[in-house]
Design a protein around this ligand. Structure first.
Ligand SMILES: Cc1cc2nc3c(=O)[nH]c(=O)nc-3n(C[C@H](O)[C@H](O)[C@H](O)COP(=O)(O)OP(=O)(O)OC[C@H]3O[C@@H](n4cnc5c(N)ncnc54)[C@H](O)[C@@H]3O)c2cc1C
Length: 400
């Protein structure tokens, strides 16, 4: 318990009881009493009119935001190729940098990765901090966080972005701890607010609300961003940027993991990112056989096949094809939603689609509210009719 009550000063007015969001304070014998539910949030301190409450936590150190500039992105690569999230983050970073006149920098770590600096500059980076060393060849938490933390301390960026990928989800919390920062994980929206702070939006409470989070007291403001949400810029090979070589020393204490062997998991590779059209199904498809209708339509249109969490849980489609908050986010030209209700967690992954077509027999299904084209009817009739139409129009005769 970190809030103490000065019995002499406390009048038992109870304002602290009202102010406490955790129900940690009671008044007994006209004196405030703290329970172990107290989180030291400080709400009661501000409410107490007699200054009878004191926290034994060290006072918060507030930074001067004017001392922090620029938007930084941590780049990721696999097998010599940039992870697409790095370019999406760069697109986002450029927009964030525009208003305050920030520069955009990328941290590129690895071994023999200097060839990736040019595409990063073409994708929007003004500066690439390039740290190449044997011990950075494969991602490891401690050596990578050391490089980033040292650079951040030296250069003081205002914003630091990582992909909400396996790597980013591992690295970002470690950095937050090392640098004593807040971290907003898995953001789906970022913008600079009127007060100059970064407004970081992410689904919360199981995706039932979108929460916008601000870190006014810490710099840099750090967020991980969901892959597939932000838009990469059209690469401009004529863009000019600076490459700054960074010396990254190996620290024996960081090298706790030795890679002995790498085995690739067999996975159904689904590249929703490249798909111009996606045909997705939900519970209303009725079972794995029902998906054959959707497969026919997808094949006729040259589309990818996806589905809701329900169909993945039912085993009708593999997880790689799940779309939504806990699956993949997609942004095709056309998203054809068949027999799915459009729950908020599903919609969170499709709202950047250019056109949404809903096929649902319930005219009140939520998916119709976000659809550009609404087809109210039984998908078992509508989908084959649509497939026939597409085949007639395109001259395609291929049957699945
Ligand atoms: C933390 C959390 C994360 C989640 N993440 C995801 C996620 O990433 N992706 C996701 O999809 N869900 C996710 N969910 C689940 C989500 O809340 C919904 O339960 C799910 O999306 C519903 O799937 P559905 O639309 O297939 O099924 P339902 O909600 O049951 O909808 C079925 C729809 O099919 C229609 N229908 C039925 N028969 C026919 C027919 N013959 N013809 C036409 N229409 C028909 C019905 O009218 C109905 O609207 C998550 C939930 C939680 C709590």
């Amino acid at each position: 318990m970190a809030v103490k009550v000065d019995i002499e000063r406390c009048t038992g007015c109870g304002l602290c009881v009202k102010a406490c969001p955790y129900g940690a304070v009671t008044v007994q014998d006209r004196k405030a009493v703290m329970s172990d539910r107290c989180t030291s949030c400080g709400a009661c301190l501000a409410a107490c009119p007699t200054e009878a409450l004191a926290s034994d936590l060290p006072p918060r150190v507030e930074v001067d935001p004017s001392q922090y500039r620029d938007v930084w992105v941590i780049a990721e690569h696999r097998e010599g190729r940039l992870h697409r999230t790095s370019l999406e983050l760069l697109g986002c970073a450029r927009k964030l940098a525009e208003g305050p006149g920030h520069q955009v920098a990328v941290l590129l770590m690895g071994q023999h990765v200097s060839g990736l600096a040019a595409p990063l500059i073409a994708g929007g980076a003004d500066t690439v901090f390039l740290a190449e060393a044997d011990h950075l060849d494969r991602y490891q938490t401690l050596p990578y966080s050391r490089v980033v933390a040292d650079l951040v301390r030296d250069h003081r960026p205002a914003i630091l972005l990582c992909g909400a990928t396996f790597q980013g989800r591992d690295l970002a919390p470690r950095l937050a701890r090392r640098l004593d920062l807040g971290l907003t994980a898995d953001c789906t929206g970022l913008e600079i607010g009127p007060d100059g702070h970064l407004y970081q939006t992410r689904p919360a409470f199981g995706g039932n609300v979108m929460a916008t989070i601000v870190s006014p007291y810490a710099r840099p403001q750090m967020a991980t961003v969901r892959p597939g949400i932000m838009e990469a810029l059209v690469p401009d090979p004529a863009r000019k940027g600076e490459i700054v070589q960074i010396r990254a020393e190996a620290h024996p204490g960081d090298l706790l993991i030795r890679l002995i062997r790498e085995t690739k998991a067999e996975r159904d590779r689904v590249d929703f990112h490249k798909a111009r059209i996606i045909v997705a199904g939900g519970r209303g498809v009725g079972g794995p056989e029902g998906f054959n209708l959707l497969r026919d339509l997808a094949q006729a249109m040259g589309a990818e096949l996806g589905g809701t969490r329900v169909v993945v849980e039912e085993g009708w489609l593999p997880y790689e094809r799940q779309i939504g908050q806990t699956g993949q986010s997609v942004r095709p030209e056309v998203y054809i939603a068949c027999g799915l209700s459009g729950a908020i967690q599903h919609r969170a992954g499709i709202l950047d689609s250019r056109y949404i077509v809903a096929i649902n027999r319930d005219p009140d299904a939520p998916i119709h509210q976000v659809a550009d084209f609404r087809l109210v009817g039984d998908l078992h009739k509508v989908v084959p009719a649509l497939t026939r139409l597409v085949r007639e129009r395109t001259g395609s005769t291929t049957e699945a």
